[in-house]
Design a protein around this ligand. Structure first.
Ligand code: ATP
Length: 365
């Protein structure tokens, strides 16, 4: 075999053409200035524009073949690859968010949205930075409960990316799937459409730095839950239930979607909503219309912490309808009940973070 030298190598490599444009890889300046020769051994780097170049492997193979064909079959090439563009690291979702909490229930109508909204407001009142995402595609109620139904969402540019600006009210940053579609057609959304919209509301919104990011999940189980556990490492889940006997099976259903074989979201605890009825004018009276201590027993049976009990009070319903969550008034019985839940959630989150490893996102099949 004749003695090797760099130009001989380059001449051989001129026979390798880049499939996209037909020009050869030397002409395209793809051979780095690092050709090393040691007897029959040759090493150098081929530089591609992108780290994801689809022709990377085939061009390396073609270069090896060219050296053997046009110089000698005895050439022993070692070809490295590099790219001009650094590899784009996958941006973590919500990089500035400390805790992501899913608020969920086994069935609809138990007051899950009411709890999510008031928990968010109570956490903000306690001085935390809070975000709330309404992921309930079947009935997005957050815009109404915050009185922002007619507001528009806008976008702005952050580091060259156009991001949705969450609305801000009562110290809570909020976005709802209800802002993307009108109320009546949201229900018609199915699978992929809703999941994509949700991913956009999470990953393409300027949530910034938050202590707590709450997600009002759809009731029961759905594709949306799967999308969420695949998109986000949810710190923990809060389950909302009512005290009736039959609620246990539903609450179990609500819990099971976070604690399956592959899903490993810890349960922070249970909020018992509608625990008793208290007339507004007689705040000391309690009427256990759905049974007594149902929530306490429920939490015991499910082996989870009881984060608090919220009574049925007219003002909770009115506050929801008028867009003024009752948690804003810390002196009312309802305001106090939600503040208590907020402190319990903070404590449960701290304990969870201190004792368990971070949640791992469920990987796509
Ligand atoms: N503790 C309470 N006292 C009085 N009214 C309440 C209470 N909790 C919820 N409500 C009322 O019950 C209705 C249903 O509540 P909400 O929309 O929060 O339930 P949900 O579980 O989120 O329902 P869905 O999952 O079907 O959207 C609302 O009108 C709400 O104002």
């Amino acid at each position: 075999m004749e003695r090797l030298y760099p130009n001989l190598i380059l001449d051989a490599l001129r026979n390798v053409r880049y499939p996209g444009n037909g020009r050869d890889i030397v002409d395209l300046d793809m051979i780095a200035d690092d050709i090393r020769i040691d007897g029959p051994k040759v090493s150098f780097t081929i530089v591609f524009d992108k780290p994801t170049d689809p022709f990377m492997k085939s061009i390396v193979k073609a270069a090896e073949a060219a050296l053997r064909t046009y110089i000698s079959p005895e050439v022993e090439p070692t070809i490295a690859t590099a790219s001009r563009q650094p590899e784009q690291k996958a941006q973590p979702m919500l990089p500035g968010v400390k805790n992501i909490i899913g608020v969920s229930s086994g069935k609809g109508g138990v007051g899950k949205s009411t709890v999510a909204v008031n928990l968010a407001v109570a956490l903000a009142q306690e001085g935390y930075r809070v975000g709330l995402l309404d992921a309930d595609i079947f009935g997005p109620s957050l815009p109404k409960m915050f009185g922002v139904e007619d507001e528009q969402v806008y976008m702005h540019e952050v580091d060259g990316r156009a991001l949705i600006i969450p609305l801000e009210k009562y110290g809570v940053k909020l976005l709802s799937i209800g802002f993307l579609v009108d109320k009546d057609s949201a229900v018609l959304w199915r699978g992929g459409m809703a999941s994509n919209a949700l991913r956009q509301l999470i990953g393409e919104a300027d949530w910034g730095e938050l202590d707590y990011f709450l997600i009002d999940m759809p009731p029961g189980t759905s594709d949306i839950h799967l999308t969420l556990v695949q998109t986000l490492a949810i710190t923990g889940a809060v389950i909302v239930s009512t005290p009736q006997e039959v609620a246990l099976a539903d609450a179990r259903k609500g819990i099971s979607m976070f604690t399956g074989e592959k899903v490993n979201v810890p349960i922070l605890g249970l909020v018992e909503n509608m625990a008793w009825f208290t007339p507004e004018r007689h705040p000391d009276e309690r009427y256990y219309i759905f049974g007594r201590e149902g929530g306490v027993k429920l939490a015991q049976q499910l082996g989870v912490r009881l984060l608090g009990q919220i009574p049925v009070v007219e003002s909770i319903c009115e506050g929801g309808d008028e867009g003024r969550p009752v948690a804003l008034d810390g002196s009312s019985i309802t305001g106090q009940a939600f503040r208590h839940v907020a402190r319990e959630v903070v404590d449960a989150c701290n304990r969870r973070n201190g004792t368990l490893p971070p949640t791992i996102k469920v990987s796509l099949q």
